[in-house]
Design a protein around this ligand. Sequence first.
Ligand code: DON
Length: 310
Amino acid sequence: MSKGITREILEDWLKNVRPYARDGKVADYIPALAKQNPDDLAVAICDLDGDSVSAGNEVCCFTLQSISKVLSLALALMDHGEEYVFERVGMEPSGDPFHSIYRLETHNPSRPLNPMINAGALAVTNMIHGITPDEKVGRLLSFIHEMTDDRSITYNTEVASSEYESAHLNRSLCYYMKQHGVIKGSVEETLDAYTKQCAIEVNIRQLARIGAIFANEGKDLDSGRRILPMHLARICKTFMVTCGMYDASGEFAIKVGIPAKSGVSGAVVGTVNGYGGIAVYGPALDGKGNSVVGLKLLELLSNRYDLSIF
Ligand code: DON
């Protein structure tokens, strides 16, 4: 493992950041997520050869939530190309909370500012090829199976239906976008696919491997086979820098300097070209929906091992 990082070193880092969990709160607006234990922490680093080191709860699975937005964007770009996708979803950071509806009304044309906020991600899921929601999610799962080399990965049905039933805000974003022609077809089916996509479960090593494939410019770590075109991997990483932490992306770029994406389950994935992928998990979130422990751990690791891309 590059930079000599061992399991013992990662266990030590986890011990140092553990107290920060008290400063955050587990997401409960998706009722099933409220069951997560804020003290359940994990970290993994995967290098470009596919070798990984991890610490904390390595067996426990967590849902991808907004991290899935990077993968659905990659799939939609492979399905349709950049022109089609970016006619419907913009490329600019919003500076607003991830679930905000505000810019849809004030921005002209009425399209979401970027694919990382909920509005943009819902529009992206709507675009993915597939006649039924399950076909869309099945294609996303196949993409994830290819990246992780694990065909058993699926979505957590309890978390998916818990979100589907309580997604009033996301529903309103969809209806707003349907009115303006950004979303086509059934809103309920788009929400069904989106909530299943967000509920896809991985473990910490699998998430670090996904980060490493982006760092490897879209190529598989073992075979070198291309999973995703290089220029699309770059687009995804750029969105991770500019929008990956929502309205905390600027501060994160300064303090950590790693392209990264967070999810309200408390997971964060980072990707460093020429180095690998880093995944952290800690369900207690700050007010902007990012893992408190995760951000602290990434900041410490980045500073100690000089991982900033800037
Ligand atoms: O749509 C939602 O609200 C969730 N399924 C995902 C939001 C999320 O993960 C925001 N990230 N920090």
